[in-house]
Design a protein. Structure first.
Length: 86
């Protein structure tokens, strides 16, 4: 019996499939400048709202509203810096 692969979280899919140097620079700049409020980015398959008040980033699947990943703003910044360009 073969067990089907578990679907990857949207955050992982975004980091490995959609993230490139331009998007990385755009998001890192926005995180650095974000003091209050929210910034909302829309890419091909994912939306990425940054929320200064909640100190979080959510990666939303554009095609399935029930799929999203939320992490701390600083954790997301570290992930952006750690992932190599695809």
């Amino acid at each position: 019996m073969v067990i089907a692969d578990m679907p990857r979280p949207p955050l992982d899919e975004f980091l490995t499939g959609e993230l490139n140097g331009y998007i990385r620079a755009q998001l890192l700049t926005a995180i650095e400048q974000l003091q209050t409020g929210r910034r909302y980015f829309t890419y091909n398959a994912f939306n990425v709202p940054l929320d200064a008040e909640a100190d979080t980033v959510t990666v939303e699947d554009e095609f399935d509203v029930d799929r999203q990943s939320t992490v701390a703003l600083e954790e997301f910044r570290k992930l952006l810096l750690a992932v190599e360009d695809s």
